[in-house]
Write a protein that binds this ligand. Structure first.
Ligand SMILES: CSC[C@H]1O[C@@H](n2cnc3c(O)ncnc32)[C@H](O)[C@@H]1O
Ligand code: ZN
Length: 445
């Protein structure tokens, strides 16, 4: 039982505090106290200052918010950043990315690429991310060491992949990883069947049974393009979401990534099953995949989160930039300037992300009892003045260079823009070395 009278470990005094829950609130002259890695106090500044605290820090000109949740990505693909640009999804995937993965992806690649992705994400204000890539058992190590929070998906495809000869082996290894990490305080293992077109009914059934038994989430690329729907109708006679619903995959633990194609029946299936949608606007734009109807989903009551996707289709892991794109795009798609306002856009990248990953009891908002997962954005720059609504300024007028400090579980992982536990120069050297090897082989063709 935590001792509520014990001194706080840290008392933060920002200019603005945005708890995200309740929605739309901006607190002025408030403070947040941390004890044992959790939010222990949220109170007006003068009241908070009466509490004993081991350290008190003023954060002038800064907005304190829950750290961001990047709900979809392929972390180690940072090492393929810029390898195959300006191509449609299936050409990009089948002709470039899958051959490159077959050639280059091994344990070292995953370790180095994941570490690079973690560093980039921490510097961009992300305290929690979802990873869906090969050798998740290797990715778990940099996640553990760095202090970031993550959902780690077991990649499942019906063909040989780096790390698994077939789906059966991927699932066996995945269950072992689930067991190993069962008690990890910051890593949650989920199932990651790649997409409806790459996973058979038999494999889907195994995923369904295991996910149910282990109470694990299912994270899947779904309805990414109109081509995917057309191919599925030809093959199965129904749209992919209908097939997944009939096979019992949908539910509150189901995370449908992309969903650029949505008819009335698809929407009803998502609403009834209480599934989440993870919107990846920049990847969808770059691969010309389509537009996720965020406002329609939101108004129907679907939990919509946001992700960057991998750095090979984005090409960065900049969630703040992604939120801005999402907020602008939603207006264009809905034909309404009120669609996805700045406050809702921030909620999508925090609490909705946490909820999609089943982590909303732990992170995603600034509420007493939750883990102290926080980010301080510096809004004192020239291009951010004057400030009427700091959330508007954050979403529409700020870049990730305004991220100053970040804590996960009360541990400071970014201080004044610098990583506290990772060596940036070493990471850059390693990435350049991979780039030289991959680039030289690519040019030889
Ligand atoms: C088992 S997941 C890893 C697998 O997914 C590939 N991938 C990356 N981005 C996308 C995307 O937007 N749609 C479909 N597949 C994608 C990645 O290259 C890996 O092969
Ligand atoms: Zn993806």
């Amino acid at each position: 039982m935590p001792d509520a009278t014990a001194p706080l470990d840290l008392l933060l005094l920002p200019t603005w505090l945005v708890p995200v829950e309740p929605a739309g609130v901006v607190l002025h002259d408030h403070a947040l106290g941390i004890r044992d890695g959790r939010i222990a106090l949220l109170a007006p500044r003068d009241i908070a200052l009466r509490h004993a605290a081991r350290e008190v820090r003023e954060l002038p000109g800064m907005l304190l918010a829950p750290s961001l949740v990047n709900a979809h990505g392929h972390a180690a693909m940072t090492l393929f950043r810029g390898l195959a640009d300006d191509l449609p999804l299936m050409t990009w995937l089948e002709k470039h990315i899958w051959p490159a993965e077959a050639r280059w992806v091994n344990e070292d690649f995953v370790r180095d690429g994941t570490e690079l992705a973690i560093a980039e994400q921490l510097k961009g204000g992300i305290g929690c991310f979802s990873d869906m890539y090969f050798h998740p058992e290797i990715a778990s190590d940099p996640i553990h060491q760095s202090g970031i929070r993550a959902q780690l998906c077991i990649p499942v495809l019906d063909f040989p992949t780096p790390g698994a000869r077939d789906a059966g082996e991927a699932l066996r290894k995945g269950v072992a990883l689930f067991d190993d990490l069962r008690h990890h305080p910051r890593i949650r293992v989920a199932f990651g069947p790649h997409a409806p077109y790459s996973v058979s009914d038999e494999t889907l059934e195994s995923v369904r049974i295991l996910a149910e038994e282990l109470d694990a989430a299912i994270h899947m690329h779904v309805h990414e393009t109109s081509h995917e729907i057309a191919r599925a109708i030809e093959r199965d006679g129904v749209r992919p979401l209908t097939r997944l619903a009939r096979r019992g995959l949908l539910g509150p633990r189901f995370q449908a990534v992309h969903v650029t194609q949505l008819d009335d029946e698809d929407l009803a299936l998502l609403v009834e099953s209480n599934s989440s949608v993870i919107h990846c606007p920049e990847s969808n734009l770059k691969l010309a995949s389509g537009f996720c109807p965020v406002e329609r989903l939101w108004l129907a009551g679907v939990n919509v989160a946001i992700g960057t996707d991998g750095a090979a289709s984005n090409n960065d892991l900049d969630l703040l930039g992604e939120i801005r794109t999402a907020a602008l795009l939603a207006k264009g798609v809905a034909g309404s300037a009120t669609a996805l306002d700045a406050h809702r856009a921030l909620r999508m990248a925090t609490l909705n992300g946490a909820r999609a990953l089943g982590l909303d009891a732990e992170t995603g908002s600034l509420e007493p009892g939750k883990s102290a997962d926080l980010v301080a954005f510096d809004l004192s720059g020239l291009a951010q003045q004057p400030i009427y609504d700091p959330v508007s300024q954050l979403i529409y007028a700020s870049g990730r260079d305004c991220v100053r400090h970040l804590w996960v579980g009360g541990r400071q992982l970014l201080e004044d823009g610098r990583l506290t536990r990772l060596d940036e120069e070493r990471l850059k050297d390693k990435a350049r070395e991979w780039g030289r090897r991959i680039g030289a082989a690519d040019n030889a063709h």
